[in-house]
Design a binder for this molecule. Structure first.
Ligand SMILES: C[S@@+](CC[C@H](N)C(=O)[O-])C[C@H]1O[C@@H](n2cnc3c(N)ncnc32)[C@H](O)[C@@H]1O
Length: 428
């Protein structure tokens, strides 16, 4: 397929997402099933245009002067691949599979609109209602922070030290371009996709099947490290989901002590069993039954609350979720977070630690929740987060936004990771 055919396919997929409120991955998969002639390079290129268009929706629309799927696809190529009105005309000429060429109006828009002159909210590429929320969370940097959340993400791996050392995994993945992460000590990074390429399918590698590494964003690895799980501890992972943090803590604990991996939703928890087996974790018991927790009250050295959240920190990876998010959902998540924090805190022993994590960049889900929890429940004291960061990442002072009393915020702009928030409180 030439550029025109790929562009037409991307427009078709964006229309499907729009019309049927479908997740992007699902719409792309269906397109692939009904167009089996398309090769893997074409699929990758179409996927890139679709994801770029969703990440950069407002700026792509601004470049073309309208917000149709067609404008978004053309705008995405203009922004991410540097296409101009002239190179579009050249690329689409004589291609029978191409969408109609640029209209006079579109050409004029492309020739005159400069992204650097666009309004803040456009350059931030976020829903309008999120603008004040992001400004509150990130201050003067908010447009750059939000724009970094609209960039292509890298693919990060965590080496499973229960089974392999980092250099062994680097050797096993030598063709993938994986190299050490900047902060996470056992993290590996494969850079963001360039051009119309794609990330290697690392999960098909024998090293993955043998449990030598997991796919995990560096930010997720950093917050798991900050939680401070150590050998011999009794740990409760209260929102364990598919087990990303449990697996990381199990390795940090060198397969000693005990982790109870709990999730209220057994479907969400289900993948953890295969993952634990593959990773060789023997100190994790997973359960979706609250009854199993009764005996743990007041006895845990560490309780990790990786709370359900809006996921605003992961917009690079799930850009369609960015536009579907509503203020009502943000309110619902806050109520859940308050309830879960209160519930989970009961399991911490005196002198033990409650660690609160979200993959959101919104203060409403982060420092606000911790402040409200501290006001409502006496008996917990925040750790000194500046000292905690310094102990863990001594050379990386400017890499996170730190409020010593209220937590640590990671972001694509500052940390080069997904957006994460971490706070730790000690039980008196
Ligand atoms: C951010 S995800 C967890 C991700 C996981 N820790 C990881 O690292 O892969 C949040 C999880 O909280 C769970 N959850 C939601 N409400 C809950 C509740 N009341 N009690 C326990 N878990 C809950 C959800 O099912 C979801 O799996």
């Amino acid at each position: 397929m030439r550029t025109g055919g790929r562009l037409a396919a991307a427009i078709e997929v964006l229309e499907d997402i729009d019309r049927r409120y479908r997740p992007a991955a699902e719409a792309l998969r269906d397109w692939g099933l009904s167009h089996r002639f398309a090769g893997s390079k074409d699929r990758a290129a179409i996927g890139n245009i679709v994801y770029d268009a969703l990440r950069r929706k407002r700026s792509a629309a601004w470049m073309l002067g309208e917000e149709t799927p067609r404008a978004l696809a053309f705008g995405a190529l203009a922004i991410e691949a540097g296409f101009t009105a002239q190179t579009f005309d050249e690329a689409l000429a004589g291609d029978t599979f191409a969408p109609p060429g640029l209209s006079a109006q579109e050409t004029a828009a492309l020739k005159t609109h400069r992204l650097e002159q666009a309004p803040d909210g456009v350059r931030a590429d976020c829903p309008e209602w999120c603008e004040p929320i992001l400004e509150r969370a990130c201050g003067a940097d908010w447009v750059d922070e939000a724009a970094a959340l609209a960039a292509r993400p890298p693919l990060d791996l965590r080496v499973n030290t229960l089974k392999a050392a980092r250099d062994k995994v680097v050797r096993a993945l030598d063709k993938s371009g994986a190299g050490p992460c900047a902060l996470a000590p056992v993290g590996l990074r494969i850079g963001a996709i360039e051009g119309q390429g794609r990330h290697p399918n690392v999960q098909a590698e024998p090293a993955f099947q043998k449990g030598w590494f997991e796919v995990q964003d560096e930010g997720s690895q950093i917050v798991a490290q900050l939680a401070g799980a150590a050998p011999g501890m009794q740990v409760l992972d209260f929102c364990a989901g598919a087990g990303g943090k449990s697996l990381a803590m199990s390795a940090a604990m060198e397969n000693t002590g005990q982790i109870c991996a709990f999730d209220a939703d057994k479907q969400r928890l289900a993948p953890i069993f295969d993952r634990l087996k593959r990773a060789g974790c023997r100190n994790v018991q997973a359960t979706a039954g609250e009854g199993a927790l009764e005996a743990l009250e007041g006895r845990m050295d560490l309780v990790l609350v990786d709370a359900p959240c809006t996921g605003s920190g992961t917009w690079r990876r799930r850009p369609d979720a960015k536009w579907r998010l509503s203020e009502k959902q943000l309110e619902q998540r806050q109520a859940e977070q308050a309830e879960i924090l209160e519930k989970a805190s009961r399991f911490v022993r005196p002198g033990g630690r409650l660690a609160y994590v979200t993959c959101s960049v919104f203060a409403e889900e982060n420092a606000d929740r911790v402040r409200a929890f501290l006001e409502a429940s006496s008996g917990f004291t925040p750790v000194d987060h500046a000292a905690l960061w310094q102990r863990n990442f001594p050379e990386k002072a400017g890499f996170a936004r730190i409020d010593p009393a209220l937590g640590i915020a990671l972001s694509p702009l500052r940390t080069g990771t997904d957006g994460f928030y971490f706070a730790a409180l000690t039980r008196d």
